[in-house]
Ligand binder design. Structure first.
Ligand code: COA
Ligand code: MG
Length: 291
């Protein structure tokens, strides 16, 4: 399970170098909005060099309906990125189009068929919000769903996307919820969007804590200083793990029971499912730290 994805502009050799030591579960080398058209050819070269031989590095290409997307893929696929972050997806059809391209490129560059995952940013265009159900069963490459508020607010002509307290205004709160729901329906992880105010550590902790509470399993980061806070927010605490283990043990010891009393509260099947999820998550984090 990937808790933190750190964006690094593909044209910045310095930031690419820095990204290694930061502790992000995954890195996204960006060829889209953080890179100008002029710098894109150089960024493609840097991305290919950087990704080659590294694990857990993803590539954000340009939208599949742009001319740049194919050049992005052709330049960087030889280095076998872990996955492709797909911006401005209109629906799962765009993910399917990308999957078809990846089929060809994987075979051309001797990459195992289907190895390259896809993470769509599924709310950047207004029309995308009306077809999120399309992600259910769309492609086995689907690694999760994430969302974005910046391009959506630009598309809406809005002057801001948050209120004075920093909370999402309703169109973006809706987009966030729909992303979460679509990911659950498609049975893939939901990844919360960036917190752009990278000097505000308390704000980030609140934002990431809410995301974990709501069911997101990870979040996008834009600055090295955000990574530890994000990893922490999406890691179950020791208390949570112990409690989950006790719930699983309680059901194991009472095989015929659907509902049981636990610390003075009723627990039934959804509690057992949640407890198992927490234990699996803790285990996957331990495995990642050992490997
Ligand atoms: N990845 C790796 N290293 C990064 C980084 C990132 N995303 N962001 C900053 N750094 C490095 C800087 O190079 C700097 O190191 P240095 O002093 O040795 O050069 C150090 O971390 C501290 O950076 P800081 O000075 O606080 O920030 P900045 O002004 O250099 O950069 C941003 C601020 C927002 C431009 C930068 O964080 C960034 O480029 N973020 C990613 C943007 C992006 O990819 N956007 C697309 C997705 S929304
Ligand atoms: Mg963008």
């Amino acid at each position: 399970m990937i808790r933190s994805f750190l964006f690094v502009p593909g044209d910045s050799e310095r930031k690419l170098q820095k990204a290694d030591g930061v502790g992000a579960d995954a890195i996204i080398v960006d060829l889209e909005d953080s890179v100008t058209a002029e710098n894109r050819p150089r960024a493609r070269e840097l991305a290919r060099e950087y990704i080659d031989g590294r694990d857990d590095v993803w590539l954000r290409i340009n939208p599949v309906d742009s001319e740049e997307a194919l050049d992005d893929l052709q330049a960087v696929m030889p280095s076998a990125p872990s996955g492709i972050v797909l911006p401005k997806a209109r629906s799962a059809d765009d993910a399917a189009r990308l999957a078809t391209r990846l089929d060809e490129l994987e075979s051309r560059y001797n990459i195992a068929a289907g190895a390259t995952r896809i993470l769509p940013i599924c709310t950047e265009r207004p029309r995308a919000l009306f077809s999120l159900e399309s992600y259910v069963g769309a492609t086995p490459r689907l690694a999760g769903l994430t969302w974005g508020a910046e391009d959506l607010s630009a598309a809406l002509g809005a002057t801001t996307n948050r209120d004075a307290e920093g909370n999402w205004l309703s169109p973006y709160e809706l987009a966030r919820s729909l992303c979460l729901l679509a990911a659950a329906a498609a049975e893939v992880p939901a990844i919360d969007t960036v917190y752009t105010d990278f000097r505000d550590a308390d704000g980030l902790a609140t934002f990431a804590g809410r995301a974990a509470r709501d069911g997101f399993t990870g979040m996008l980061a834009i600055h090295p200083a955000q990574v530890a806070t994000i990893n922490d927010a999406f890691s179950p605490s020791e208390n949570e793990v112990r409690r989950a283990e006790r719930i699983v043990a309680l059901f194991r010891d009472n095989p015929g029971a659907g509902a049981l009393a636990f610390d003075g509260e009723m627990v039934d099947r959804p509690h057992l499912v949640r407890a198992r999820r927490i234990i699996a998550l803790a285990k996957s984090i331990r495995t990642r730290q050992q490997g």
